[in-house]
Design a protein around this ligand. Structure first.
Ligand code: BG6
Length: 488
């Protein structure tokens, strides 16, 4: 079993916010339950909300009880967890409050400062931590979004870099903490079978779908300023694309992996001019049905602005300019209010070079590697076999060679992405975090798309809630003689 060698003080800024209450405290609890927190590790909930510590600690406990499955709530673990947790009132912008914070942190050799706050205050928090004499022993963890374009992300990153060197900055993209995403690295680089096929000679195209069933609901104000491209494509989908497309790193170190990802980002073909219309689809959901229930459109959600032209759906074709991927499109698609929650990558292999079976079966002949991130984490390779039976002749069928993680490792609970990421920060391992230049190249690529949209002034295409997006997203892929895998 893994263990944390050194104790740390984990200082969570923005501790009473949604992310902390729904995701971070439950993840810390699960680490404690798995005995992965050092006995001297302490947790400080930092927030500027008025009210006494007991009140806030109680709220944290209430949320734990809501977000940790009942079967995993253990009285003993809960007592241990509460004993290491404290609440400290800190105004993040007030230098004086950090003197008090430093006293509470005391002699801890390692401090982890997790910023679950708007990125606009990251710089000020870093400066205040440094002035309180804490910088030397602190690792900072930055939540997304870091800026809303290249220029603003640089401003944030530069403000942090004034006080913290890159090897103590951990930028979160929670998709990198998902079990199957890490499995993708194992699949690609621990099996020689795939690497020999992993290029334009054998792969025809790649699909990445990240669909969500939920709409925007309570987050309209934040989301409307971002839109689906900034909220999901710039980070999660681009990171998945990099992990599929990168060359094998020389070693499993953070910089070796990130260097390879950056090469992919640099090779992404900018999408401009006419390609903006033929290769990119922006959509916005209108009223429809989700799980048989009528749901409002994006412009009718609570606190919405009915004039908004923010996209809730993006589909695009990305091309990578290098020897490995020339001529292999990567079709990316992500949206809110889709028919189901589904994150999956489909690698479509080319057809055999010479075909000898019945012509009517040709359509289904290519192999597919399907990497399912959620739900039901699995990796399956669809291969062609013959139908069983005397009456079947040489009738082909496409069937899976499957590794279903929840079946294969039935006893093991699949950890939430944040559990893995928090553990990695505590262990000082940056492999699953995003380096400054990765973020910047990703923004550069997205910025030109956004600039093109602005110039064209086109409104997003409507799609009914509960559908797979605008019709033009189907045309985007059928135009190339293909279809989205598994859409029903
Ligand atoms: C976040 C986005 O980064 O990822 C949200 O800001 C989105 O809009 C969420 O809902 C999806 O994460 P997951 O893990 O549920 O797929």
């Amino acid at each position: 079993m893994l263990s944390i060698s050194e104790p740390c003080t984990f200082a969570l800024f923005g501790a009473m916010g949604d992310l902390a209450l729904r995701k971070l405290f439950p993840a810390l609890y699960q680490l404690d339950r798995a005995e992965l927190l050092h006995e001297h590790t302490r947790l400080l909930a930092l927030a500027r909300e008025p009210g006494d510590a007991a009140f806030h600690l109680n709220e944290i406990e209430e949320h734990l009880k809501e977000f940790v499955p009942a079967a995993q709530l253990d009285e003993g673990v809960l007592a241990r967890f509460k004993a290491r947790l404290d609440y400290v009132h800190v105004d993040f912008l007030k230098a004086d409050d950090y003197t008090h914070l430093a006293e509470r942190i005391g002699e801890a050799a390692t401090v982890i400062a997790y910023f679950a706050t708007p990125a606009a205050v990251y710089g000020a928090i870093c400066e205040n931590l440094a002035q309180a004499g804490l910088a030397e022993r602190t690792r900072v963890v930055l939540e997304k979004p870091i800026g809303h374009d290249l220029a603003s992300s640089r401003t944030v990153n530069d403000a942090v870099a004034r006080f913290f060197p890159e090897n103590r900055v951990y930028r979160i993209d929670h998709y990198l903490g998902k079990e199957t995403v890490q499995n993708l690295i194992a699949l690609r680089f621990a099996n020689s079978l795939f690497e020999t096929q992993w290029n334009q000679n054998y792969i025809s195209h790649v699909e990445i779908t990240v669909a969500e069933k939920v709409g925007i609901e309570g987050r309209w104000g934040y989301f409307d300023k971002a839109g689906q491209l900034r909220d999901m494509v710039q980070n999660h989908l681009v990171q998945l694309l990099c992990l599929i497309a990168m060359d094998p790193p020389a070693e499993l170190s953070a910089d070796a992996i990130r260097d390879e990802k950056v090469k992919v980002l640099k090779a992404l073909q900018p999408i401009t001019g006419e390609a903006l219309h033929s290769q990119v689809v922006r959509g916005q959901y209108i009223a429809g049905y989700s799980e048989g229930r009528a749901v409002p459109g994006y412009l009718e959600e609570e606190n919405s602005n009915p004039q908004s032209d923010t996209e809730t759906f993006v589909a695009l074709r990305a091309d990578i300019r290098n020897w490995r991927w020339a001529g292999v499109p990567f079709y990316l698609r992500t949206g809110k209010r889709m028919p189901q929650k589904l994150s999956q990558i489909v690698i479509h292999f080319k057809e055999p070079p010479h075909y000898i079976f019945a012509p009517e079966q040709r359509m289904q002949i290519s192999n597919k590697l399907i990497i399912r991130l959620q739900p039901d984490e699995s990796i399956s390779l669809r291969v062609m076999t013959k139908e069983q039976g005397l009456d079947k002749g040489m009738q082909l069928r496409s069937g899976p060679l499957q590794l279903n993680f929840s079946d294969a490792y039935r006893s093991a609970r699949i950890p939430d992405a944040y559990e893995r990421l928090l553990l990695e920060v505590m262990q000082g391992n940056q492999n699953l975090f995003v380096r400054k230049d990765e973020i910047e190249y990703a923004w550069k690529w997205c910025d030109q798309l956004i600039a093109g949209w602005k110039k064209a002034g086109d409104a997003p295409k409507p799609y009914a809630a509960g559908s797979w997006g605008p019709m033009s997203s189907i045309a985007l892929i059928t135009r190339d003689g293909r279809s989205w895998y598994g859409d029903i």
